[in-house]
Write a protein that binds this ligand. Sequence first.
Ligand code: ADP
Ligand code: MG
Length: 421
Amino acid sequence: NVLKKTDLHASLKKYFGFSEFKGLQEGVVTSLLQGNNTFAIMPTGGGKSLCFQLPALMKEGTAIVVSPLIALMKNQVDAIRGISSEYGIAHVLNSSLTKTEVRQVKQDITDGVTKLLYVAPESLTKEEYIEFLHSVKISFVAVDEAHCISEWGHDFRPEYRNLRSIVNRLDEDIAIIALTATATPKVQEDIIKNLGITDATTFKASFNRPNLFYEVRPKTANVDSDIIRFVKKNNGKSGIIYCLSRKRVEELAQVLQVNGVSAVPYHAGFDAKTRSKYQDMFLMEDVDVVVATIAFGMGIDKPDVRFVIHHDIPKSIESYYQETGRAGRDDGEGHCLAFYAYKDIEKLEKFMSNKPVAEQEIGNALLQEVVAYAETSMSRRKFMLHYFGEGFDDVNGLGADMDDNTRNPKEKEEAKENVIK
Ligand code: ADP
Ligand code: MG
């Protein structure tokens, strides 16, 4: 059953219209086609979906795809139907389906039409579904957004922890592929342990974004003026400014407007219509700047975002990486500027104080890394990549001089001396 490289490329072309694999895709796809447990760690936008969609289309049987959000599943199913134009090839199984719809899905699976079955982890615990899936041919199980398994991830979902025992009930030899954009070694260990895939072939892409410039500035009472000055200097460029609270979002957007910057606010407190209006204004470049809470950005693909400013420091390095990652998607410049004051860390600690102790401990550990990032005098890129378990040559590596500490080591030395005195 030797897989020829040419067959693989032909299938890639046939199903997706792409001529080349992106990054580590080919290795991941090959590993899964060979029936190996596989672990793919790639940044957002790295092309993880194809890593299980292509093998699913090529293999006999139905692949079960576990995904945490109905919106994510719907997107993927629509996209794959767009590609294959065959109804039935991808289905979502969830609690919103009518009995008739469930019957149709089951029929398509039994008939061998359905290649991808998207399910939320809680649906998968249903006895009725387990029995049915046990009776049909499953090609493999894909666990998308696998960091949901770990309390150290940013989106812990306890139901993700039952997956191993459910797969065992279907057939314990079914190959599992786990996929995530979370690169921290702790989360990866949790995933491997919890899914019982210690034998997995692991593929980890680099998380380095060489075109992004990282900078941290002390946050003073003049932070608004500092931001205005920065934005005016970057007049006409697209940028995102993240704030912690909705109130601050609205205030800062107003301050910017008053100062002649075209800006809109964005947070989850606005109704859906207003949110999509502001989002479109930003995407269509009717405005340069969006001032937002973290509610903004999921699934937003504006390639030419030139700066991401954090008015408030985020709660983890991963959040920071994700949020700054929205800059420079087109490989053009992207300036990532964070304003930092220790009292903001204390504020974030306070927010957690009503949470369970275990959660607080994790939250605090993540925050301490943010403090270390903000206060370090080493290459910020090296710091961040080290946090993700990745080595970085801060002399010759790609983007080695793209941060404030590396560009201006002298200023930093002086600053340190001042502290010592
Ligand atoms: P991830 O899940 O890793 O965030 P996606 O699977 O959503 O990423 O893919 C991101 C984008 O990359 C999609 O628009 C997808 O169509 C595109 N893409 C994936 N693989 C390829 C490829 N081999 N060639 C070109 N584009 C690709
Ligand atoms: Mg994805």
